[in-house]
Design a protein around this ligand. Structure first.
Ligand code: SME
Length: 160
């Protein structure tokens, strides 16, 4: 179903390609889990050097494992727990250059060295977080932070 398109070695250009392509695979007329499942797959396709891409869904103030690409993950994360719970509690993107140096980091894949978690905000409420792991240390920088915020906004706009 997915029509593979060329990826670019240029980080900004690659993110532009991701943002151009993602709308073809998400839809606000289907249930939210279908959109998040495709979003995880398309983000994973475009991002080099990542080993886990997925969503945790906020329900009754708890983050539950949602659609993802990668190894089986931790299913329940409380506010303030791990990188995901920290991002949800602070309502801001958290970039971790070295997960071993982050107190309380929750390990799902032992290959993971760095991580970024971006909150998905709808009407000022956190509805989910986007979590991306990399086997490379310090894989995520300001460029990733900027573009993944746009990617998350597009996804949240398409959630039903
Ligand atoms: N590392 C995350 C948990 C989720 S797994 O990486 C998929 C955390 O510390 O919140």
């Amino acid at each position: 179903m997915f029509v593979p398109v060329e990826r670019s070695a240029d980080k900004e250009k690659n993110y532009r390609l991701l943002l151009e392509n993602l709308p073809h695979y998400i839809d606000r007329n289907v249930p939210w889990y279908a959109t998040l499942a495709n979003a995880a797959s398309v983000i994973d396709y475009f991002l080099p050097d990542v080993n886990w891409v997925g969503f945790y869904i906020m329900e009754d103030d708890v983050l539950y494992l949602g659609p993802f690409q990668g190894l089986a993950g931790c299913m329940k994360i409380l506010p303030g727990q791990g990188v995901c719970g920290t991002a949800a509690e602070r309502k801001e993107t958290v970039v971790v250059d070295d997960v071993h140096a982050f107190e309380g980091h929750i390990t799902c894949d032992t290959q993971t060295e760095s991580e970024i978690v971006v909150p998905l905000v709808k009407e000022e409420r956190i509805v989910a977080v986007l979590d991306i792991d990399s086997p490379k240390k310090a894989r995520f920088d300001e460029t990733d932070r900027k573009w993944l915020r746009k990617v998350s906004a597009l996804v949240v706009d398409n959630l039903r």
